[in-house]
Write a protein that binds this ligand. Structure first.
Ligand SMILES: C[S@@+](CC[C@H](N)C(=O)[O-])C[C@H]1O[C@@H](n2cnc3c(N)ncnc32)[C@H](O)[C@@H]1O
Length: 264
């Protein structure tokens, strides 16, 4: 029983009993998640988080240099943070804050997101962008197969009921253009951007391919690219470490402290 339990009890109820109930629920839930429930992507994610908490690393340790949030962005920047509650597959609230600050400060006019999912990040990008900015967001159509093959755990994010559900019917939707296709075969040549968020497939080959596409989207290399899930998904970590080590165009890649964001 932790100090927190005793302090929070306020004398109401027995803290040992409350802790025991919590313990039993967690133990039963863990037993389910580790056995019958292992087919559910949310439970596999929980197992992954637990393993990370206890020091497990898939593959190699992330190698990108770490930069503090307040050095990449300013603590005095005010942002809009819509849809603060994250679903599995979304960025964390801290990551949403960093992305929103970057957009407010760098004021991109054309933003491109690879991987719409429920549109939570798309909405934040749109609400923090200038009034005349446009946010393009590309998603793999439901049940579609992917040219380079995506990871099994990603299927749930692809087969959602409605791509971009969180921004539909919001005022900011006027700034958003939804695109559908496979990022490996999509024709990016019709687009240009000064802010790109890469958060589509997490498979190694895709991250390499999407990174190349993201760089091509920046006009003359000017602008910002942010990746999600560095240090979290092996494919993302391996691909970005490789690019930073072997390709001069990606030599300045950094990861942002306290997040799984990488930035160029
Ligand atoms: C983790 S979710 C994105 C989360 C979202 N960016 C957010 O911040 O909430 C990954 C998304 O990428 C999409 N996706 C996966 N493979 C893709 C591909 N090859 N091309 C385009 N989109 C892809 C999935 O359909 C899913 O919507």
């Amino acid at each position: 029983v932790g100090r927190e339990d005793l302090v929070k009890s306020n004398g109401v109820g027995n803290p040992i009993l409350r802790f025991t109930k919590r313990y039993v629920t967690a133990a039963a839930g863990a037993l389910y998640a580790f056995t019958l429930g292992v087919g559910d992507a949310r439970n596999r994610r929980l197992i992954q988080q637990l393993a990370t908490q206890f020091g497990h690393r898939d593959g190699e340790t992330p190698r990108l240099p770490v930069v503090p949030i307040d050095r990449v962005t300013s603590p005095s920047t005010q942002v809009a943070l819509p849809e603060p509650v994250a679903a599995d597959g979304n960025v964390t609230l801290l990551e949403l804050l960093v992305l929103s600050r970057l957009v407010r400060e760098r004021r991109p006019r054309s933003l491109f997101e690879i991987g719409t999912f429920d549109g939570r990040t798309t909405l934040a990008l749109a609400m923090n962008a200038e009034a005349d900015a446009v946010v393009y967001t590309l998603d793999l159509p439901r049940h579609a197969s992917a040219d380079l093959g995506i990871e099994r755990a990603e299927r749930a994010f692809v087969d959602k009921p409605q791509s971009g559900a969180r921004f539909l019917h919001t005022d900011a939707a006027a700034k958003i253009r939804q695109l559908y296709g496979d990022s490996a075969t999509f024709d990016f040549t019709k687009h240009a951007a000064d802010f790109v968020f890469v958060d589509g497939s997490h498979a190694y080959e895709y991250v390499l391919s999407d990174s190349e596409r993201a760089l091509a989207l920046l006009r003359g290399g000017a602008g910002t690219i942010v990746w999600h899930d560095y240090g979290e998904w092996t494919g993302v970590t391996r691909a970005l470490d490789k690019l930073a080590a072997t390709d001069a165009r990606f030599a300045d890649l950094r990861t942002i402290e306290g997040t799984t964001l990488a930035i160029l």
